[in-house]
Design a protein around this ligand. Structure first.
Ligand SMILES: *[C@@H]1O[C@H](CO)[C@@H](O)[C@H](O)[C@H]1NC(C)=O
Ligand SMILES: *[C@@H]1O[C@H](CO)[C@@H](O)[C@H](O)[C@H]1NC(C)=O
Ligand SMILES: *[C@@H]1O[C@H](CO)[C@@H](O)[C@H](O)[C@H]1NC(C)=O
Ligand SMILES: *[C@@H]1O[C@H](CO)[C@@H](O)[C@H](O)[C@H]1NC(C)=O
Ligand SMILES: *[C@@H]1O[C@H](CO)[C@@H](O)[C@H](O)[C@H]1NC(C)=O
Length: 487
């Protein structure tokens, strides 16, 4: 028999537990780099990702979670809730010697979370500009940063070469970090994440943004991971698969650290790729069409899931439409806040994801990029089940089965030749998610409607901010490191 005091305490405890579960206290936002639709164990039996699979299956797999076709635009959308075509970031990526960063008048996700009392940390790849300190993570809302500012780099040497200029790129907060050189970055990021979780003062809510280097090129992996895939004959794909499993170990170690610190039950984990897999670098999006850099589904519809605190309905695939711009308002809402600025493009989808109700989003822009020559620029819109692509769709327009038994480099880019500039393609993604049947001839009225809507968005486009490289960025003037100070 409970005494009355025990019974009161029991009731209080139940209420507290329910409050604790209704909204997550801690949030871990993991971004994988160039991780393809068919590069994850829960879709592909040839890949080993036990930690991701477990979280995804216990949580909610996101079946229609969209991003931009390349890196910087997706990351800017995650941080700001704004479409890249409105912020000048619609054309390719920010190169290390371009005087560009995600516009400084936009509020970043961690800035919103700091107002809600969060400790905010970023570990991994920034890629949102660094030509002046105001562009860098510790001046855009993160209490700490550990990682690199530029794009792809060597996983061990921490060097990035651009336009003949070679520089190191690795930082611990604002300071250059030479100690990191020589160690595979995936291990460094896992260790730092675990260290931050162990040190975290439990009374404060915790936000970790973990944009991992994995599994972007260069294809580099410790031999013990490569050796897990002796059955894969294609050497590039074998190493790439090892990189995926190394990344999965980071997620395992982060999960363990959350558990051993009593934070796991109170943590929401969000996982997404930044764009589709890159077939010439062994990523795979099969059966989706296209890849990174293209506007087809293989470039833009990515592996993503949520897990943990606050989710009421779990263990299923949520097929509501989500876009990269939705993450900022959605994560802020999960943290118990709101973004009052209604001019952002992102929609708060927290309740939708949490309860499984239909998406609040019925349309989105894949990209709008007018920068001539188009080459990598593109335009596409989604409305309901329909998708309209106007002009050149990108370098890899085909369907690429996993390269298990093929030779390396069996995929060829289809270079831009101008012939597709006036081409229109219409797909019904409900009937034809892999984009085999262009139905634009059969449904001229639908084409007309989507073109008209695209034209409305086009009025809000700002010119792409894609300047020529400057030699003022040259690391030789900055002790050999890519360093702010030249814009
Ligand atoms: C797994 O590998 C086999 C052998 O190459 C291949 O036939 C199969 O399609 C692969 N599975 C997936 C989901 O890619
Ligand atoms: C933000 O700054 C850019 C220039 O960097 C400017 O074009 C844009 O209008 C500004 N946006 C707002 C809403 O102030
Ligand atoms: C609202 O957001 C836009 C885009 O993020 C930004 O340019 C503008 O300054 C914001 N307005 C206010 C009042 O915060
Ligand atoms: C995860 O932790 C284990 C045990 O400490 C360690 O051996 C392993 O290298 C870690 N994995 C990564 C990717 O850091
Ligand atoms: C950028 O580079 C191109 C090609 O080298 C050159 O034609 C153009 O004038 C440059 N633009 C500026 C603003 O310097």
């Amino acid at each position: 028999m409970m005494t009355c005091l025990q019974c009161v305490l029991f009731v209080v405890n139940v209420v507290l537990v329910q409050i604790a579960y209704a909204t997550p206290r801690h949030i871990v936002f993991i971004v994988a780099d160039d991780f393809g639709w068919n590069d994850v164990g829960f879709r592909n039996e040839n890949i080993s990702t036990p930690n991701i699979d477990k979280l995804a299956k216990e949580g909610v797999i996101l079946g229609q979670s969209y991003v931009q076709p390349v890196c910087s635009p997706s990351r800017s959308a995650f941080m700001t809730g704004m479409y890249p075509f409105k912020t000048g970031l619609q054309h390719l990526v920010i190169w290390p010697d371009q005087q560009v960063c995600s516009p400084l008048n936009l509020t970043f996700l961690p800035q919103h979370l700091k107002k809600l009392g969060y400790a905010t940390h970023a570990i991994g790849k920034w890629h949102l500009g660094f030509c002046k300190w105001q562009c860098t993570p510790t001046e855009r809302g993160f209490d700490s940063f550990y990682g690199y500012y530029t794009s792809h780099e060597d996983y061990y040497k921490k060097t990035n070469i651009r336009d003949g200029h070679l520089g190191f790129d690795f930082r611990d907060n604002m300071a250059t970090d030479k100690e990191a050189i020589g160690t595979y970055s995936t291990f460094l990021y896992a260790d730092r994440a675990v260290e931050l979780i162990n040190k975290h003062k439990k009374s404060q809510p915790f936000f970790l943004y973990l944009p991992l280097q994995s599994v972007h090129a260069p294809i580099q992996v410790p031999i013990e991971y490569e050796n897990l895939y002796q059955n894969i004959h294609n050497i590039g794909r074998r190493k790439f698969s090892g990189m995926v499993t190394a990344m999965d170990d980071v997620i395992g170690n982060v999960t363990e650290a959350l558990k051993s610190n009593g934070m796991y039950e109170d943590t929401l984990i969000v996982f997404t790729s930044d764009n589709g897999g890159w077939p010439t670098e062994y990523g795979n999006n099969w059966p989706l069409r296209g890849s990174k850099i293209t506007i087809y589904e293989g470039g833009t519809r990515v592996t993503a899931f949520v897990h943990g605190a606050g989710l009421e309905k779990t263990g299923y695939t949520y097929n509501g439409m989500l876009h990269a711009v939705d993450w900022s308002p959605t994560i802020v809402a999960a943290a118990g806040g709101t973004i009052s600025n209604t001019t952002i493009d992102g929609i708060n989808q927290w309740d939708n994801i949490r309860t499984g109700e239909s998406s609040s989003r019925t349309e989105f822009i894949y990209n709008l990029d007018d920068l001539a020559p188009y080459q990598t620029g593109h335009a596409a819109i989604r409305m309901g089940d329909y998708k309209l692509i106007v002009g050149y769709p990108g370098l890899y327009p085909g369907w690429y089965p996993p390269p298990t038994y093929t030779d390396d480099n069996y995929i060829k880019e289809i270079p831009y030749d101008g012939s597709q500039d006036d081409k229109i393609q219409l797909f019904n993604l409900r009937d034809d998610p892999n984009e085999y049947n262009d139905i634009s001839d059969k449904f001229p009225d639908v084409v007309k409607k989507l073109r008209a809507r695209m034209a409305e968005y086009h009025k809000q486009m700002v010119p792409a901010n894609y300047p020529n490289a400057t030699s003022a960025a040259n690391p030789k003037d900055y002790n050999g490191f890519w360093t702010p100070g030249w814009c």
